[in-house]
Design a protein around this ligand. Sequence first.
Ligand code: CO
Length: 492
Amino acid sequence: MTSYAIFFLGTALVRRDSVPRFEVLKNPYIATLTLLATGKIMVVLIDLTVRDGQQSLLATRMRTEDVVKIVEVLDRVGFYALEVWGGATFDAALRYLGEDPWERLREVRRVARKTKLMMLLRGVNLVGYKHYPPDVVEKFVEYAYRNGIDVFRVFDALNDPKNLELPTRVAKRMGAEVQICIVYTVSPVHTVDYYVKLAEDLVHRFEPEWITIKDMSGILKPYVAYELVSRLRKEIGVKIDVHSHATAGFAPMTLLKSIEAGADAVDVVVSSLSMFTSHTPAETLIEALRGTPYEVNVDVNTLFEASKLVWEIRKKYREYDYALKNPPVDIRVLQHQIPGGMLSNLLAQLRELGAEDKLPEVLEEVVRVREDLGWPPLVTPISQIVGAQAVLNIVVGRYKVLLKEVRDYVKGKYGTPPAPVKRELVEMVQSMVEEEREEVVDLKRAKKELPRDYVEKFEDYITYALFPDVAKKFFEERKSRRFIEVLSRYGQ
Ligand code: CO
């Protein structure tokens, strides 16, 4: 009886850090001794300011020079890791800022001397919106690691293990740390049981260091988080991290309940780029935990310094600032579940079609399209696909036009949907005559197509394979920039 009680105490209360989680689970005496020796439960924080923070609130427009300035300070705070790359940042840098994302990563690595750097990887969609060929996936992960990424946070929109396999294997082979996401959504098929089973399966298959609960829409409610994290804590032997957007206002409560349930880490941003569709402010969480058994080892003065700097920099990006045009809390997200960054996208699409007033109808249609497609979680690229089809359904008529991406989805090209796709849709797709095959750009083709004088480094081929048109334009401009640089040097 006594040993059972000690075991329970040990597994329930002691965080890892000094003792690996597997050891804790296997050896209740180590766990209990650690708790008795320190009296503290360690919680680590992962900072998302320059990736998800600016992606959620500043339309991913933050330039490399600003990112680097911020990282230089964040590096001294004591975060477990800084998320600095991936998601939309790669595409946005190239497309809107005329910047080389690889250069950004190198610059960031140069100033981040103490803290691990993390990236968000969309499984075999990498940092794009479709499945890429294996050689592109492999080299992308390899070069991301070589240029400075320590932690790969990998997700698949459909939670399909097949789409996580290759990037995870390469990251592990390179010696990186892997966080596998379970993408959180609410639907008749997505229950706590479903997620526990999914996490068990993913841990068994990939042996990641972490499981991250990825709540991209901010719909994970505090008490559900408590139940989910508690169940995961009991069933899986790896560290648990919780990622929850503040869109519906739940995030700070959700993180607190997750910590109480035994999460090892939670995701935060500096206060000056927090809340709305972004994340929980680090400062607030740290103060909330002060004087409790939960210990967060960070330098709050440096954190204030970072927050002040981010506030100054944020002012430059006013025209993209989500917080200036939207209310702080959107509880409707519980129904439509559209991630923050996408809502403004939908509105822009409707405006172009002269149907801005149709937004409420479109949001209801999103739910129906999701159901028809077997309840996929709404996250890139599926969120964009479902959103665009819903717009078409409302503006043109239900499934009068079927997006190519939806046809591909129905054919299983994005992976296995959580529940079966509606029969009518399957039949509709089967009856359609398929047009020419989609062209795939692998590295061999990239090497063939890209003019030699456009290429400065191997990573350029990867960039081209990811976004051929955007990359080509970027390389063209870079070439003329270099030319002018040379000329001006001679002019002096
Ligand atoms: Co996010």
